[in-house]
Design a protein around this ligand. Sequence first.
Ligand code: SF4
Length: 220
Amino acid sequence: MPSTRWRGDCPRCAALCCLSLAFDRGEHFAFDKPAGEPCPLLGPHHACSLHALRDERGLGGCVAYDCLGAGQRVVEELFGGRSWQTDPALSRPMQEAFWRMRELQQLLLGLELTERLGLDPELTRRRQELVCRLDPPGGFDRATFDALALEAAKHDVREFLAGLRERLRRAEPARYRLPLAEPTSSARETDQPTRSASQTTTSSLRAKCASAGGPPTSSP
Ligand code: SF4
């Protein structure tokens, strides 16, 4: 079965992109939609009423979007499979978690891609420290996810990746977009990783965290 580690697995999600993201009418979207307002095409049980026709009805942005696996992580890991559709009080917390998780997945993917570079032991240890902060053994719950210092983690991951920039470019020229630069507004993202990045074979990062003795107890 193909891994959905870095891809949205919509049946396991609660249409979080259809709720959380804003659309701007134009080339990729046929109408405007503010962030936080459910897409008017969304029906019960998270089903898009136009799903098979999105491209031809001017919604290519929906087809192209991928949450990098953030949607199912939010629903399953943080909210126990519940949905804002049946529990409207969850709407805002789920959106906020989704925005943060999308950024977190992007950082983790960047770290994942460095695994093939043959890092020396010190860089491998540093990389693993960062992975464990973003993907702790056993996963997050809402309290630990809320407590995660995402901005500090973003800074540290970007600093780490920037130090490897030349090695990354040599290893995968122009193939991957890594989170080295400040992201654009996550609520309007229509970009996605390249197909090859989405299909990267994943390793068991959690297992490595556990075998390394668990995540650091405080930020370095
Ligand atoms: S947020 Fe991700 S998993 Fe959920 S519906 Fe959108 S693309 Fe699918």
